[in-house]
Design a protein around this ligand. Structure first.
Ligand SMILES: [Zn+2]
Length: 464
């Protein structure tokens, strides 16, 4: 009797950009690729609170593409609810995920207790989505596997991880199940990332699950973007203001610091104090430094033993919340880099609440801003943003820079897909807002002539 076909279920990041979770089931074994948190709009965030669509203790293993929270941030809840299998990921991802999950748990706990004190929670009583203890239990399950080699995952499943060039440790995940090969791009990087090498060519697979964050879009030119940043820093410093940069703790902080270093070295901006106000970003900076000094295969040539992030001037690390609050009173122009990148939480909220009302200041949004986030409201010119239950007027100058993106834009993604040695039977387009995924669907169909589908949330497909 013929065995049943493997089934692929899109449990997240279908029709939206966050909550990456893809379940592959075959012959009684289940493997989950990514276990991300939903972020952004409320109806999406509410999915984090719903029971996981598959029984967590029926899942045999998880494979992670990378350490961003929309790809790994649900793990503590999955483990709390019964998942006991291994979590396979690349070596650098295994270093970054603990930093991310501990921070995520702390944010959840802080937000719940703050909401309880201020009485504005949606939950009665306010409770965190998961705790630090749940995060530690998830961290215990991480298993680091090398890039390039074949690794067993679970009964009948094997995997290969290859660098994706998106953030340190990021991988494309190829799964072999039965006689089928499925490739998940995770988040695909850009060929010109200043620190990371570009991803190797796409392998030959039967089914492709590709991201589409920037479907229909081409990124701004890097040099032009850096010139805009330099202009903004010069005029903000001249009027006595400070610059707040909400930055994703992983990679964006590194890329921004390298750019600031270049501008200072070339004499294009004054040397201002730079405060890196995110304990998580500082921990991540260390992981990058170590990879650079160790000459990791993921890192481009040309980074020597010198601290590559020191060039911008003295980087002042802000270890605790008291020191962070003291930055509110710094009277001279400075640059404050703080998480989270979409201003959805973290210390940057206090800096924004403090700096946004003063027109001398500036805010630089340096990454993707998911719909419904404060970052997106700021980026689209809102004159108020709501923080801590009250509205804050936006009088500071706001600059949105798309050149620092660590996602391939449409032409870059198409160029990578064109390296495939053969056409997959079907390409599923995920990890994009509806419009972006639709644009990527059309672009791949046109450029490659493949069968391309934008799956819906919780859709199940056979992969035979
Ligand atoms: Zn990512």
């Amino acid at each position: 009797m013929k065995r049943a076909s493997p089934i692929l279920s899109f449990l997240g990041a279908a029709g939206t950009v966050t909550g990456s979770r893809f379940l592959v089931e075959h012959a009684g074994t289940s493997v989950l690729v990514d276990c991300g948190l939903f972020q952004g709009r409320k109806e999406l965030r509410l999915r984090n609170w719903a029971p996981f669509p598959a029984d967590p203790d029926s899942i045999d293993a998880v494979v992670l593409t990378h350490a961003h929270i929309d790809h790994c941030g649900y793990l503590p809840a999955l483990v709390r609810d019964g998942f006991r299998g291994p979590v396979l990921c690349s070596p650098a991802t295994a270093e970054l995920v603990p930093i991310m999950l501990r921070d995520s748990a702390r944010l959840q706990e802080e937000e719940a207790s703050y909401a309880q004190r201020k009485g504005y929670s949606k939950h009665h009583p306010p409770r965190p989505l998961y705790t630090g203890e749940d995060a530690e239990a998830a961290i215990e399950l991480l298993r680091s596997v090398d890039f390039g080699a074949e690794h067993p995952v679970a009964d009948g499943f094997r995997t290969w991880l290859r660098p994706a060039g998106h953030i340190l440790g990021s991988a494309t995940v190829e799964l072999a199940v039965g006689d089928r090969r499925v490739l998940f791009t995770g988040d695909l990087g850009r060929p010109n990332h200043p620190i990371l090498r570009p991803p190797p060519p796409m392998p030959a697979v039967d089914v492709l699950v590709t991201e589409s964050t920037y479907g229909g879009r081409t990124h701004d030119d890097m040099d032009e973007g850096i010139e805009q940043l330099a202009d903004l820093i010069r005029r903000t410093a001249a009027r006595g203001g400070s610059i707040v940069i909400p930055a994703f703790a992983v990679d964006r902080t590194e890329v921004v610091l390298l750019a600031l270093g270049r501008l200072v070295r070339e004499g294009r901006i004054p040397r201002l104090p730079i405060y890196a106000d995110s304990p998580m970003a500082l921990a991540v900076l260390d992981v990058y430094r170590r990879a650079m000094v160790a000459g990791s295969d993921e890192i481009r040539a040309g980074f020597g033993d010198d601290d590559p992030f020191a060039a911008a001037g003295e980087l002042q690390e802000v270890p605790d919340t008291d020191a962070s609050k003291a930055l509110h009173d710094v009277p001279y122009p400075s640059i404050i880099i703080s998480a989270s990148g979409m201003a959805s939480g973290g210390r940057v909220l206090h800096h924004l609440a403090n700096r946004l009302p003063d027109p001398r200041n500036a805010v630089v949004l340096a990454g993707f801003q998911a719909p419904g986030t404060r970052g997106e409201r700021l980026s689209s010119g809102a004159d108020t943003v709501k923080m801590f239950g009250r509205y804050v007027p936006v009088r500071a100058e706001v600059l949105t820079l798309r050149c620092f993106s660590v996602h391939a834009d449409e032409p870059e993604l198409l160029a990578w897909l064109s390296t495939a040695p053969r056409s997959p039977d079907v390409a599923y387009v995920v990890h994009g807002e509806a419009e972006a995924s639709a644009a990527m669907h059309d672009a791949i169909t046109q450029a490659q002539g493949w069968t391309v589908v934008v799956p819906t949330h919780r859709e199940r497909v056979r992969i035979d």
